[in-house]
Design a binder for this molecule. Structure first.
Ligand SMILES: Nc1ncnc2c1ncn2[C@@H]1O[C@H](COP(=O)(O)OP(=O)(O)O)[C@@H](O)[C@H]1O
Ligand SMILES: [Mg+2]
Length: 367
């Protein structure tokens, strides 16, 4: 089994009576990886996680853990542990008893239990809290107790389902940093489910972007941000502008026309003539001195210190409003003013529409 992935989902499906919650999902996670499954609410993330944990049986396909087919293996016989959004610490037990509860049930003797509880409470930075009651702790501290409880029996795989979403924004940021540190101190794989693309980008070694029961792309956060595989991914991961347009090639040179063609650019990759969707990130625009590629009027302007966000109403009615981010403290244009913008070469990502079945839709390289 050497070299096998720790988690391996092969074409896994889950159908409930009337919905296909998970529609043929495949991915592998290596030992030690922090892997996130990210997508909008209802896309099938929790169902996927529950099939890994064994709380849900797949309708089709196979879950392998450490090379072993898990079909029919109950949750408590799998080398996985779960942390949920709504933690459920026992209120009548101390923090230490909460963390040690599973070990006690397994029959681990008191000395070893105590040693491990102490070690894992220290790991989550709650060394002095063993004798406290859960009610005396803050939300973030309680969440760390839940983590210690899930880690204490040293599972190969920790499954986390939106564990930070009940925390306020500031605490959530702190806990992200802590989670990453805790992951680095353990040798296991973390499988993290979230609808929050910012959290997934911050935490993950690799992530899978899910939409309507399917995986649209798997890769590092950088890969996915730079080379999104579909308009959905471009829009869901990070902020972008999506335009409808057409590709046309004349004398060997391809031009992409957006809207009625008043905004167009040269395109150096091979593409068939026809309809396209184009993604251009706000930070890929720059202010042009004279005539730029895109001209319009600034209708919104938010100064944010190190950058300024603009909304530009394009002169052409055939174009949507465009979001532009200009780095630096200078704010060369004000609200109500006209401005011209250029786009960094090679920044636009072009998706062919209505492509023949034999060709894949993204024309940028992806994994
Ligand atoms: N036990 C169930 N019975 C019927 N439908 C379910 C059940 N669990 C989830 N679903 C449906 O499956 C889809 C995916 O749900 P879920 O995996 O919870 O999504 P997510 O975690 O991404 O929000 C949704 O349409 C949801 O309503
Ligand atoms: Mg869910």
């Amino acid at each position: 089994m050497q070299g096998e992935a720790l988690i391996d989902l092969s074409n896994v499906r889950k159908e409930f009576e009337s919905v296909t919650a998970v529609d043929g999902v495949s991915f592998t996670i290596e030992r030690g990886e922090f892997f996130s499954l990210v997508g909008p609410s209802g896309c099938g993330k929790t169902t996927t996680l529950r099939m890994i944990s064994g709380f849900e049986a797949s309708t089709d396909g196979t879950v392998f853990l450490d090379g072993v087919d898990m079909t029919g293996v109950p949750p408590d016989a799998r080398d996985t542990n779960l942390v949920f959004q709504h933690l459920s610490l026992f209120p009548h037990m101390t923090v230490g008893e909460n963390v040690g509860y599973g070990l006690k049930k397994e029959g681990v003797d008191a000395n070893e239990r105590d040693e491990r509880v102490t070690r894992y409470l220290e790991l989550v930075d709650l060394g002095g809290y063993k004798e406290r009651n859960p009610a005396e702790l803050s939300g973030g501290q309680q969440q760390r107790v839940a983590l210690a409880r899930a880690l204490v029996n040293e599972p190969s795989v920790l499954l986390l389902d939106e564990p930070l979403s009940s925390l306020d924004r500031k605490l959530r940021k702190q806990m992200q940093v802590e989670l990453r540190k805790i992951h680095e101190k353990t040798q296991g794989a973390f499988f993290y489910v979230t609808h929050d693309q910012e959290v997934a980008m911050t935490l993950s070694d690799r992530m899978a972007v899910m939409n309507e029961g399917r995986i649209e792309q798997i890769g590092t956060p950088e890969d996915i941000y730079r080379n999104p595989a579909s308009p959905f991914v471009a829009n869901f991961i990070g902020d972008t502008n999506l335009f409808e347009g057409r590709a046309r090639t004349e004398n060997g040179a391809t031009t992409i026309d957006l809207g009625d063609g008043s905004f167009s650019f040269r395109y150096d990759e091979e593409i068939s003539d026809g309809s396209v969707i184009v993604s251009i990130r706000p930070e890929d625009f720059s202010i042009a001195n004279t005539d730029g590629m895109l001209e319009g009027t600034i209708v919104e302007r938010y100064f944010q210190g190190d950058q300024t966000n603009y909304t530009v109403e394009a002169d052409s009615d055939s174009l949507p409003d465009v979001r532009v981010v200009i780095q630096g403290r200078d704010t060369p244009v004000s609200r109500g003013e006209r401005a011209a913008f250029d786009v960094q070469p090679r920044a636009p990502v072009v998706f062919e529409q209505d492509v023949p079945e034999s060709r894949s839709s993204p024309s940028t390289p992806t994994n």
